[in-house]
Structures are given as structure tokens and as C-alpha cells.
Design a protein around this ligand. Structure first.
Ligand SMILES: [Cu+2]
Length: 154
């Protein structure tokens, strides 16, 4: 990806999604701060994070990519063990922002080949119940969050 190096320098500017579907605007869905954190083990797995807002309310009902991908949520059980649970639907209530972040909601990338490296971009298509399919380019960045803390615990 020739442009990746340039785009990765301005993460906040890139973070706004590259919509391929006009309904994105019709329904006012916005996605920002999108980024993928590659796995330290060769980068074939990774976790995608973003902040999603839908002023009129919507729900993410699907996710697709050229590799294995699932919507996950990390939840801590009664014993304090954090486990990832697959989610088939993530509600984006009107007037709120839903934050995908380490330790919580994330987009799980599985079996990415070739392995991702910082500076790459990965194309991920989210399907919204109302806004429809939205393709987003997630820059691969070596940061877990805006504050740079934590990592993607299994
Ligand atoms: Cu996961």
C-alpha cells in the first residue's frame, strides 16, 4: 500500500471513516479514531478499535474483511478472568458514542495474511442496521488507545 506511510503520520486526520455508502450520511453515523493494534506474535491476529456514534440510533449487525473477523467484547467474569465473547449485534444508542477499546468491545482480526505491520491499512466493512455497509480503512498503529495504555489481553 503505497499511501500507507503518508496516511499513518496523521492518525487523527485519517481516523474518520472512508465511507463507500451514501446512507452513512443520511443516518449520520460517524466513526472516528479507528485503528488496528497488531498482535505481538507475528501480527496475524489483531484487534480493531474505534469510536462510533449514531445520533439517530443504529446497530452494528455485521463485519467483513478479506480475512477472518468477528465482533468481540472482553468481559470479566466473577473470578476476575477476562474472556472474549463474540457479539452478533452491537447497539449504538441515539445520542451516545460507543467506544471500542482495549478491555472492552473490539473488532477481532483472525489469520491476517500477510501479517500486518505498522503503517499498513486494513479494509474492514461494518454493516449497520440502518446505514448499511460502511467500508473503513483502519490504520495499523502501535498504540492501544488515545492514552497509549494497556494491550489486547486474550
Ligand atoms: Cu477478541
Amino acid at each position: 500500500m503505497a499511501a500507507a506511510g503518508i496516511l499513518s503520520l496523521s492518525a487523527s486526520a485519517v481516523a474518520y471513516a472512508s465511507p463507500v455508502a451514501d446512507p452513512l450520511f443520511e443516518y449520520g453515523v460517524s466513526i472516528h479514531d479507528a485503528r488496528v493494534l497488531p498482535s505481538p506474535r507475528g501480527g496475524r491476529m489483531g484487534a480493531g478499535y474505534m469510536t462510533v456514534a449514531a445520533p439517530r440510533g443504529d446497530a452494528i449487525i455485521g463485519v467483513e474483511a478479506a480475512f477472518g473477523i468477528e465482533l468481540h467484547e472482553s468481559l470479566e467474569d466473577d473470578a476476575g478472568v477476562v474472556r472474549m465473547t463474540r457479539r452478533d449485534r452491537i447497539e449504538i444508542p441515539a445520542g451516545t458514542e460507543v467506544v471500542f477499546e482495549p478491555g472492552g468491545l473490539h473488532v477481532m482480526l483472525i489469520g491476517v495474511d500477510p501479517p500486518m505491520k505498522v503503517g499498513d491499512e486494513v479494509s474492514i466493512t461494518l454493516t449497520f442496521e440502518k446505514a448499511g455497509e460502511v467500508e473503513i480503512l483502519f490504520p495499523v498503529e502501535d498504540r492501544a488507545g488515545p492514552d497509549g495504555h494497556s494491550d489486547h489481553g486474550g
